[in-house]
Design a protein around this ligand. Structure first.
Ligand SMILES: Cc1cc2nc3c(=O)[nH]c(=O)nc-3n(C[C@H](O)[C@H](O)[C@H](O)COP(=O)(O)O)c2cc1C
Length: 227
């Protein structure tokens, strides 16, 4: 594979916010998980489990669990469905039309088995290893999806404690498995607009770079507010 082909794949991965209802073949789901399982993981724990939700009723229930949590979080300002040509919604709900919700869980039982003492004793270290390992697998899955012509969206609302509890209960996921995030998958109905990117040169800092080589507080907030 060439770098150009790789970069093309990376750039083609965007957060798709509107989906066709067309189903995703089981074969493609397997390919996506196959790519995810090759991800690196802290102490090679391979702590991941992938729960693939396809049944419409289960997806509908997950949608309403997340919807209720968002209502609370955004103080009752309910999201409205994206209209065909309307302005972008503050809280998008297009993901609810996607035919597959892939829930990624991490198995907390690996923690005491680690040969790395801080992972066992230091919550911060464990948390970093847990989330970093699962995030890499998650991104492998998202890139594999692109290669299969599928779109995806990263949904972290499932991490809200009562959302996690309700989803685990509904699907019968055992207690020691902790939810990471949900990858929404399906064929894109529309692609998002081009996104503003920080230039590469601004992000690279070679060798003994000093404070002046990095952004000021003002530049950080200016970029964030205008992105
Ligand atoms: C850790 C993480 C959590 C995210 N959580 C959500 C989410 O809960 N809902 C959502 O719509 N997008 C979520 N996103 C997607 C980002 O909004 C999106 O990646 C970003 O706006 C850049 O757009 P792009 O993915 O099209 O490049 C998340 C992304 C990451 C990396």
């Amino acid at each position: 594979m060439t770098y150009d082909a790789f970069l093309e794949l990376v750039k083609a991965r965007r957060s798709v916010r509107r989906y066709k209802p067309d189903p995703v073949a089981d074969e493609d789901i397997e390919k996506i998980v196959e790519a995810a399982r090759w991800a690196p993981s802290g102490f090679n724990s391979q702590l991941w489990e992938f729960v693939v939700v396809r049944k419409p009723e289960l997806r509908r229930q997950i949608g309403s669990i997340i919807g209720e949590a968002r209502q609370r979080l955004f103080k009752g300002k309910a999201p409205t469905p994206n209209s065909e040509n309307g302005p972008p919604q503050k809280i998008d709900v297009g993901w609810q039309e996607a035919p597959v919700f892939m829930l990624v869980f991490g198995d907390t039982r690996v923690r005491p088995l680690s040969h790395v003492p801080p992972v066992r004793t230091d919550d911060e270290k464990w948390t970093a290893v847990f989330y970093a390992s699962l995030a890499v697998a998650f991104q492998h899955a998202a890139l594999a999806a692109v290669s299969l012509g599928l779109g995806s969206q990263w949904m972290s609302a499932v991490q809200v404690p009562d959302v996690e509890a309700k989803i685990k209960d509904m699907l019968g996921v055992p207690e020691p498995l902790k939810i990471f995030d949900m990858l929404v998958l399906g064929y894109p109905e529309a692609m998002p607009p081009e996104k503003k990117m920080r230039p590469t040169k601004e992000l690279i800092h070679f060798d003994d770079c000093g404070v002046d080589d990095f952004r000021t507080d003002e530049q950080v907030s200016m970029y964030f507010n205008n992105k």
